[in-house]
Write a protein that binds this ligand. Structure first.
Ligand SMILES: Cc1ncc(COP(=O)(O)O)c(C=O)c1O
Length: 418
């Protein structure tokens, strides 16, 4: 054979990757526990008895984290956006009118997906740095007949949280709409009760709250949505890979759809198992406590948070960069000197620090806050670093009962399967 393309010069990974890995404290992906990493290194047959057992457990644990009894929990070989596209392309049919509640980048992505499957998106634009207003949603639902609504629980891009998701979902139900929710950055970090709140599709990625790997995602359809939109449809959906009826062959009928990402599913299994071991109430508490402690520390440094408390997402914290400081210089200094990576933002002069999964551990908070404060000072900010560190310490050492705004309901009302 004559090689028309020569062997490329390739640098081995051990040279490309840093000797000391960065601590991933941005908006995702997040660090994964050793058990998840170990599971991700295994390849087994994608069909057969062993895989069937793994799949059954992923579904059962998925029902727990989504808080649903639906029999339509399934994984997707792809990013959170693939799960989003799977939900939308199966539940939105051509000419369906969809109310797309938009707080930022990811909620707009859902609106775009609605138009790509030939639905009719009607955007309800929410004011900057605010959560969706229930009355505005109700007015829109009263004025026009919609087939579905889409919204995010947490808008990672600008750190806004739709805290009234439960009320909005119930309202949409009263108006006969299906409810499609993006919980990519929030699932398992804060309460979401799919059945209780009347949600028809919940979408999540692996790489955020669940602390698994990117590229293998999870979603759940309600039985109602499945019967009305998935099995009752007469036209084929646009995407073969994302056709929920075909995916059901693998997820519920123990047969072939496409070759499943076995290593990623084993990693997801372990990540979900660790959620079950911790339990949702304890996990919600850990996330809230750590996020509020970090927020208090950041404010005590002398920095300002982007979003007012009543609209603020706890899973990703948005920090206003002081006017004389470059966010990029801060991030670069944090990575090079402190080996801590945080995120910039989508066109906003803010920095974002994640509080999802393994990020929400006390040792990671201390390292990150110190790296942030020291790097800000290097970049020209006038801050009180010792005051920030002391406030973080003070907040974290508060006893559980009086340390945060966690309500009794958050701790006690979660259904834990026997
Ligand atoms: C709220 C939200 N939705 C959707 C996505 C898309 O996920 P992915 O990048 O895995 O496609 C993200 C990713 O950051 C997100 O934060």
């Amino acid at each position: 054979m004559i090689e028309t393309v020569g062997v490329p010069h390739v640098v081995p990974l051990e040279i490309i990757l840093p000797d000391e890995p960065l601590l991933m404290m941005g908006a995702g992906p997040v660090p994964i526990p050793p058990r998840v990493a170990a599971a991700n290194s295994i390849v087994i047959n994608h069909l057969g008895e062993t895989m069937n057992k793994v799949i059954e457990q992923i579904k059962e644990m998925g029902r727990y984290v989504f808080q649903t009894t639906s029999s339509h929990v399934m994984g997707v070989s792809g990013p959170g956006s693939a799960a989003m596209e799977m939900a939308i392309s199966n539940l939105v049919h051509p000419d369906d009118r969809v109310l797309c509640i938009c707080n930022g980048y990811f909620s707009h992505r859902m609106a775009e997906m609605v138009s790509r499957v030939r639905g009719e998106p009607v955007v309800l634009q929410v004011a900057n740095n605010e959560q969706a207003d229930v009355e505005a949603v109700e007015k829109a639902l009263r004025t026009t007949k919609f087939d579905a609504i889409t919204l995010v629980q947490g808008e990672t891009s600008n750190t806004v949280c739709n805290r009234d998701l439960d009320r909005i979902a119930r309202l949409a139900k009263e108006h006969g709409c299906l409810v499609i929710v993006d919980a990519v950055c929030t699932l398992s970090t804060m309460p979401l009760e799919m059945d209780q709140w009347g949600i028809d599709a919940v979408i999540t990625g692996g790489q955020k709250g669940l602390s698994s790997i990117p590229g293998v995602s999870l979603l759940a359809f309600s039985d109602k949505a499945w019967n009305e939109k998935v099995t009752a449809r007469t036209e084929m959906p646009f995407h073969w890979c994302l056709d929920a009826q075909l995916a059901d062959k693998f997820w519920n009928q123990k047969s072939y759809h496409y070759t499943a990402p076995v290593s990623g599913l084993l990693a997801l299994h372990e990540a979900l198992r660790l959620v079950c071991v911790e339990t949702l109430p304890n996990r919600f508490y850990r996330h809230l406590h750590c996020s509020e402690a970090l927020q208090a520390g950041i404010e005590a440094l002398g920095l300002q948070l982007l979003v007012p408390k009543q609209h603020r997402l706890n899973s990703v914290i948005g920090i206003v960069t002081p006017s004389q400081v470059s966010a990029d210089v801060v991030r670069t200094h944090m990575s090079r000197v402190h080996r801590v990576e945080i995120s910039g933002a989508f066109g906003l002069n803010i920095l974002r620090i994640g509080q999802m999964g393994e990020q929400s551990r006390a040792h990671n908070l201390f390292r990150t806050l110190h790296a942030l404060g020291a790097s800000m000072q290097t970049a020209g900010a006038d801050l009180d670093l010792p005051a920030g560190m002391a406030e973080l310490e003070r907040f974290l050492s508060q006893p559980r009962s009086n340390s945060s705004s966690m309500t009794r309901a958050m701790l006690c009302d979660t259904v834990i399967p026997a």
